[in-house]
Write a protein that binds this ligand. Sequence first.
Ligand code: NAI
Length: 332
Amino acid sequence: MKILFFGTKSYDKKFFEETWQNGRYHEIKIEYIDVLLGPETAVLAGGYDAVCAFVNMNLGTSVIETLHKCGVKLILMRCAGYNNVDLEAAERYGITVMRVPGYSPEAVAEHAMALALTAIRHTHKAYVRVRENDFSLNGLMGITLNGKTAGIIGTGKIGSAMAKICHGFGMNVIAYDKYNNSELNFVKYMSLEEVLGQSDLISLHCPLTEETFHLINSKTIAMMKSNVTLINTSRGSLIKTEDLINGIRDGRFFAVGLDVYEEETGSVYENLSDSILQHSTVARLLSFPNVCVTSHQGFFAREALEAISRTTLDNALCFMTGKESGNEVRTI
Ligand code: NAI
């Protein structure tokens, strides 16, 4: 099987090569290219059986059509989310889509808590201040989490890990999900409105779907306690950015931590420090002292990259031998 690996970063190649060299995967050949998969580049997949793609790429209808014309039979998403893939088109053309669910839920949940702690204790500001020999504390007053209420939206693999971390911090944990997770016996499930209205820390861990698109908007922000802290490590479009910005301006939030944001496609994972940015979302968010933004790095831990490369290559092996891996993604 020949796989064309799009959007290669040095760390991707390092971890995939190390995994490949363990010998089980000798029937798989991987070519690494750094361009992202999209309408202009899909044609590069000519002659390959499979492509390997990531969250920051466009696998819409036209890309799937081109991949089909190129003879591609398999799309290996080296990530958990697949909201950027037109699954209906893939099914129509008989292309199998596989992903890596739950490669390290703790990596993302721990990053969510790191963002929360950074935002509420202003460590991102303190770090810069001390480097400039400014040892003053004005403006750095934080809040504690112990005894406060954490509201988890979506208690799947990552949300469960975050719920456990919050529990360990001595927080009361409440949650909203379409399906209750019975393993989380310390979590009280409530309606979305109740979770929003009672939480001091809200952390988003549901997938981006038609139903969750702009889940956080002016109406739901109005339901939140004043001085709430909001964390999003899931997908940018769960939050309507304009409404969030208005809410921050109105002083509704103690702090906001974002690993994902709308308009991140195109800039995420790229060094644009010498470029003139074509959109202003990040700049506007960063203008607020109580907002901390990272660049979709929740997954970016050694353990996660090891698991991603192993599962992706196992997915390819399963496909080659006609076995179900359980990691196939379908429309229903
Ligand atoms: P999961 O599938 O294990 O859990 C998702 C949970 O959300 C499920 O319990 C599901 O019932 C619930 N859910 C679905 N629709 C809902 C709705 N309308 N309202 C409330 N809950 C709903 O997924 P997992 O592995 O926990 O990942 C969650 C999300 O995290 C992914 O969809 C992805 O967007 C994001 N993610 C972010 C990463 C990062 O680097 N920042 C890395 C990996 C995933």
